[in-house]
Design a protein around this ligand. Structure first.
Ligand code: ADP
Ligand code: MG
Ligand code: MG
Length: 536
């Protein structure tokens, strides 16, 4: 490897290992709270919605909890919420005992910590814990009773407290305009049709991300505006551990940038083909397929059809969990409408997509079949390794050829693939009334505990080497340049303004908490009095 590449790689590895040490020395200045007087406009305009402000937004949730902890009558509700979160991290075996402890502590009159609004739930929770400890035992208790109660009086009182003032201050910091100066840039990870992907780090917090840059002139030349905006808007509304998160969207003179969860473990294409004998072990195939299945279900649940499932778009993080990325071709299907158009990557498109038909989520289940096939066989289902059939030949094969299963396939692997690769979407696995649940209950996934997987508690079968950079050498990645002869005008500027929305609240707030910045900055004055920052 050339010295230049080694230097670029080791700078990246050092930054990844550094954790919070990557903050600039003036980080506190970058995250400084504005005086509360400057938050008046925000206070007027912000939507006073309990779920968004106190459950969904991580900093909002923390401040609401801090508020409740100062109130003796609300403390137990917050302890209960904590206990319920902890309950979700318990293994199947521990759940029953843990559930009983919760009931005895919070749901019975005799307990000193009893939450009186929830007394009526005791019997029902005991029954469902008895019947199946792995079901969502406390669902009604949490959703209907606890949150309903907190969203009333307590939520109103919170909004008149200094904790809510502090929340507004954090929101002001969150809403600062974002430019390229907010980031340090490391090596390029990938280069493609519209632009490139770089490793970067937020100066204020030290958080590592991947920045997908779309070159403005290339986007314009290929009329990629709608696609870029679509990807950005879909990503900002999602919050799934199986889909990359968008943290920031901003523009520079030459590019539109999406700052995404850093996936340092490389893409599945790299792991299938560049790490020795093509293909992956059975255990890895099951694990990745299960996580992709959950990711698809999250997308479908938001009415999003993904349409671009292939190994290149499935990325590994540093611990070996995967996320779906690249929502450029995804589409929101409103009110059960269907999609049309031959959209996707040749070789992975479902027969109904190729055949000019209207289609729904079925196209993604076909994609999962292709993915399981390719991870197992070390080649895609309808093409030999290194073979480049013409478009029409490829389409004919997908529509009429029966894929072949070599000896690398187990009986259940072969069965799930052939069910997912059913040419008729009506008969395909995943396309019946139970949708993704049918896929999850297939025998192929017998060893996967989907409840634990959804909670992020299953240990990945393969952990990427933290000292390795899982992508091509920088010298093998070509230079990228601005196109000449493309001029940018007012229509372009309007589109850029729609794109350039800065921080995405939930991801940004998680960043602030996970890097320890929240802990260090969120101090109040002595004895819980208003801190100097709040009164200025
Ligand atoms: P395109 O729409 O041009 O296909 P992608 O979003 O799929 O672009 O990104 C292209 C490649 O860049 C991926 O296959 C992956 O190797 C790399 N990449 C993309 N996003 C990330 C990320 N969040 N972390 C690390 N690498 C990434
Ligand atoms: Mg891609
Ligand atoms: Mg794309």
């Amino acid at each position: 490897m050339e010295i230049e590449s080694m230097v670029a790689n080791s700078a990246l590895i050092r930054a990844r290992e550094g954790g919070g040490k990557g903050r600039t020395w003036k980080w506190k200045e970058l995250l400084r709270f504005p005086p509360i007087g400057q938050c008046a406009e925000l206070a007027m305009s912000i939507e006073r919605e309990y779920h968004s402000l106190c459950v969904k937004q991580p900093i909002g949730k923390k401040l609401f909890q801090l508020f409740c902890q100062t109130r003796p009558d609300l403390q137990n509700s917050i302890f209960l919420l904590d206990a319920l979160e902890d309950f979700e991290t318990k293994s199947d075996e521990e759940r029953k005992e843990s559930g009983i402890r919760i009931i005895n502590r919070f749901l019975i009159q005799e307990s000193s910590q009893c939450v009186s609004a929830l007394l009526s739930h005791e019997q029902r929770c005991r029954h469902s814990l008895e019947a199946d400890p792995c079901s969502d035992v406390f669902h009604a208790c949490r959703k209907r009773a606890l949150h309903e109660y907190l969203s009333g009086g307590p939520f109103s009182q919170y909004q008149n407290s200094m904790y809510f003032d502090r929340f507004l201050q954090w929101k002001m910091v969150e809403r600062q305009p974002i430019t390229k100066h907010a980031f340090r840039q490391y090596r390029v990870l990938w280069k493609g049709g519209f632009g490139e992907v770089w490793a970067c780090q937020v100066r204020a917090t030290g958080m590592m991300y991947a920045c997908k840059k779309l070159e403005k002139t290339h986007v314009k030349k290929r009329r990629g505006e709608a696609m870029a905006l679509n990807e950005k808007e879909l990503l900002e509304g999602l919050n799934s551990r199986f889909v990359v998160n968008l943290a920031y969207a901003y523009e520079t003179k030459h590019a539109l940038c999406m700052v995404l969860t850093m996936m340092s473990g490389g893409d599945l294409n790299f792991h299938i083909y560049n790490m020795g004998e093509p293909g992956l072990s059975g255990e890895r195939v099951q694990f990745y397929a299960a996580q992709v299945c959950c990711g698809l279900m999250h997308l479908h649940n938001e009415s999003i059809l993904y349409r671009d499932l292939k190994p290149e778009n499935i990325l590994l993080d540093d611990s070996g969990h995967i996320r779906i990325s690249d929502l450029g071709l995804a589409v929101r299907l409103k009110d059960g409408k269907l999609a049309h158009g031959r959209v996707g990557t040749l070789g992975y498109m479902a027969p109904e997509v190729i055949g000019h038909k209207l289609y729904g989520m079925s196209a993604d289940w076909w994609g999962l079949g292709c993915l399981i096939y390719e991870m197992t066989a070390g080649k895609p289902p309808f093409r030999a390794r290194g073979e480049h059939p013409s478009t029409s030949d490829m389409e004919r094969r997908i529509q009429t050829d029966q894929e072949e299963y070599g000896e690398k396939f187990s009986a259940e692997g072969k069965q799930i693939c052939s069910l997912l690769l059913n040419k008729n979407p009506k008969h395909r696995l995943g396309c019946q009334i139970q949708a993704g649940k049918d896929v999850q209950s297939h025998y192929f996934f017998q060893k996967i505990n989907f409840r634990m997987l959804e909670a992020g508690l299953v240990k990945p079968p393969f952990r990427p080497d933290p000292r390795h950079v899982y992508c091509s050498d920088i010298l093998d990645i070509d230079e990228f340049s601005t196109l000449r002869g493309v001029t940018l005008d007012q229509t372009d500027k309007d589109f850029y303004a729609k794109f350039n929305t800065g921080s995405v609240p939930v991801t940004w707030q998680n960043e602030i908490i996970d890097t320890g910045c929240f802990e260090e900055l969120n101090v109040f004055g002595p004895d819980g009095s208003r801190s100097p920052d709040l009164d200025r």
